[in-house]
Design a protein around this ligand. Structure first.
Ligand SMILES: O=C(O)CCc1c2[nH]c(c1CC(=O)O)Cc1[nH]c(c(CC(=O)O)c1CCC(=O)O)Cc1[nH]c(c(CC(=O)O)c1CCC(=O)O)Cc1[nH]c(c(CCC(=O)O)c1CC(=O)O)C2
Length: 345
């Protein structure tokens, strides 16, 4: 069935003016209505596993801004939770996990309970596919194996990923076993989201830029290639967007070797290079610096115009280079919405 929704038509290679748009973390703490629902839910994971409230927070930004895509309200860290690793989100501290540091720790993980634990997430997807406007596409997502592995090994966020990299180089078999488990679990998890109603998939490799070239090819490109191949063969017609944040010039190898339908660019990617080298190969998405949404004013307008003028003449989805941050004034998102929708090409 040929795509009719602008977001899906852009991912099928069409140039659309004005471009379809959505924003990473469009549902979240910058919105007062999110904070109210979050309080009602209890913990962050309680919210992720409460289909009714997760549907509500996903819809909140759509009501305000009319985005062309809704992304399932969940998190990249529900998969380790589903594998039996203890995961919690401490107020103002972010995620905290019981770290995986040895083969024995790995033996404690178990894929058999994944889909039971993820059932509320699939219910959220099913609820959203009935609740979103007819022209809005529904995006399912996961973290990429490398990025999720960094949280599992570090036990939370990290500045230098020293524990994850130490395990990768000092205990390669244990690290490879963890990566295989994540590739399999993530593949199953994404297919189930599609079967529940997701029309496109985004794979977030937020910490891809932390790896040197050899390891980037082995642990960012190859797992993504396998996930894209599985989705393209088991669920033909569902497009996949890859987000190897910080990849630099390796964005080109990522696009050609993974065969993603779309590639999400971080804010450091030069716009003319993206238009010349990447856009002829696949739909590009991004890449406004999310802090411009905090700054607002003329700087925000100029930043939006630079992205639109450079990428708006080919297959393109307007987005940020990383998720919205909590101090973002909602009125600046309204300002961005108006400016993107007014773009004439
Ligand atoms: O305290 C809360 O209410 C939960 C905060 C929250 C989380 N995921 C969230 C939210 C809602 C929101 O962003 O406001 C909600 C969340 N996490 C994610 C998404 C998908 C998307 O980005 O649109 C979303 C939004 C989904 C939606 O808009 O419907 C995916 C995610 N979680 C995570 C990452 C890695 C990263 O942050 O870059 C990423 C991918 C990149 C990104 O968009 O930021 C990991 C994660 N999840 C979380 C945190 C803590 C955030 C913080 O304390 O600053 C962190 C970051 C970290 O500490 O490394 C929890």
């Amino acid at each position: 069935m040929t795509a009719t929704k602008p977001f899906l038509r852009a991912l099928a290679g069409e140039t659309i003016t004005p471009p379809p748009f959505w924003l990473m973390r469009q549902a979240g703490r910058y919105l007062p209505e999110y904070r109210a629902t979050r309080t009602q839910a209890g913990s962050f994971l309680d919210l992720c596993y409460n289909p009714e409230l997760a549907v509500e927070v996903t819809l909140q930004p759509l009501r305000r801004y009319g985005f062309d895509a809704a992304i399932l309200f969940s998190d990249i860290l529900v998969v380790p939770d589903g594998l039996g690793q203890g995961v919690a989100f401490k107020e103002g501290e972010g995620p905290v996990l019981t770290p995986i540091r040895s083969a024995r720790d790995l033996d404690g993980l178990d894929i058999s309970g994944l889909h039971d634990r993820m059932a509320p997430v699939y219910a959220t997807v099913a609820g959203l596919s009935k609740a979103i406007p007819a022209t809005t596409a529904l995006i399912g997502f996961s973290g990429a194996p490398w990025t999720v592995a960094t949280y599992m090994i570090e036990g939370g966020g990290s500045k230098d990923f020293s524990q994850a990299k130490k395990l990768m180089w000092a205990e390669p078999e244990t690290f490879a076993r963890l990566m295989e488990l994540l590739i399999e679990a993530t593949g199953q998890y994404l297919i189930r989201q599609i079967d529940a109603g997701a029309e496109a998939i985004q794979i977030f490799d937020t910490w891809a830029g932390a790896l040197p070239e050899t390891e980037f090819r082995k642990w960012v490109i190859e797992p993504a290639r396998r996930l894209v191949e599985r989705i393209h063969s088991e669920r033909p017609g569902i497009p996949v967007i890859g987000f190897p944040r910080g990849a630099g010039i390796l964005y080109e190898a990522y696009v050609t070797e993974t065969k993603v339908d779309g590639v999400s660019l971080d804010s450091s990617v030069p716009l003319d290079w993206a238009a010349r080298v990447l856009q002829p190969k696949c739909t590009v998405q991004g890449n406004l610096d999310p802090i411009l949404l905090v700054a607002g004013g003329d700087a925000l307008d100029a930043g939006i115009d630079r992205v639109l003028n450079a990428l708006g003449k080919g297959p393109f989805i307007f987005n940020l280079g990383h998720g919205i941050i909590p101090p973002t004034p909602p009125e600046n998102v309204a300002r961005l919405t108006q400016r993107v929708k007014a773009f004439k090409g």
